[in-house]
Design a protein around this ligand. Sequence first.
Ligand code: GLY
Length: 423
Amino acid sequence: MDVLLVGGGGREHALAWKLKQSPRIGKLYIAPGNGGTRLLGENVPIGAMEFEKLADFAEEKKIGLTVIGPDDPLAGGIVDVFKAHGLRVWGPTKEAAQIEGSKAFSKQLMREAGIPTGEFGVFTEYEKAFAYVRERGLPIVVKASGLALGKGVYVCQTLADAEAALNEVMVRKIHKDSGDQVVIEEFLDGQEISLHALSDGKNYLMFPSSQDHKTIGEGDTGKNTGGIGTIAPVPWVTAEMMGTLETNVVRPTLNALAAKGSPFVGILYPGLKMSSKGPKVLEFNARFGDPETQVYMRLLKNDILDLFEACIDGTLDKQILEWNSGFAVNIVLCSGGYPDEYKKGFPITGIEEAGKVDGVIVFHAGTVFDGQLKTSGGRVLGVSAVGGTLKEALDRAYKAADKIQFEGKYYRRDIGAKALALE
Ligand code: GLY
């Protein structure tokens, strides 16, 4: 079966890598892909938001399955467009993807379904929003309701911080119409973890826990990024905890979406805070996490094509997920300056050497090949490694990360350190 994969980040390189291992795969196209996916299939120069062009391409090439990676096309309704063309596509509809595309929608759904989440209010007017901040007290979290490249969340320690955040989102509109509504939410302490559950709309299958590292600075300091380092599974998250999270978060969320007439087909990725008040959902995502995918694909034994098709066919109850033992990690190598301004176009060397380290595979994210491999984004590469222990996986990934060079290369040296300290 020929497959079209939409997206061009590290998540898509990892999905392409896994898809290529399916004995049933024919030709793999990636639109638009990156400097790494070109080695696994054919990169197609069509953007992820060009729905009609992508659907025409899928028709012309007789694609058997299209897999959607990123959030923006899902929120924009790419799945509905493909379905209208009679094409087979993996991912949630626009209605179901609202769980990520609108934080106001997802918070309201959680309130209605009794899913544990922080106290909140939703506002469209600056004055009312700021009055709520004063009423609730500090610290407090301001969030743009729509998609904002992971940059729409502001943790405010002072009233001045909250004023500045509301000003950016509601007055200066730096996230454009993603800031038409803001969610103001109770600040929660504790560690963040990621859950992932494949769903066919009726049945679901849980992935192991994972933990991303969102801020640019070591010790979880500095600005938020798209996510720059992940481990899986999280050693202190027990099977009992996972059972509770499945019962209290995943199942009721999928049931609530189905009850609204928009069953969720794809992968639901709740981000949680394991707070002193108990686990609380911070947000839902309607797609695979990035860089969570880069670690999950290293651990998953199943043929991912079978899983994608089972989601579409409503036969996920016939599948059992199988995982390699041990741990997987992914260290993201970033462009200097990211998540603020950064320069692109620097040559990259050392990937082959890095790939020779035991257990290591380097996934590309912001790379381009124009006769030479160069940086083209903020998150440039993901150095993934597996190991029998978390420490072994981390040691391997860091050893490999040191072998890769490009001007301005930056990465956190403390990925997994919190989890190791608790072992
Ligand atoms: N891991 C962060 C994200 O995918 O949004």
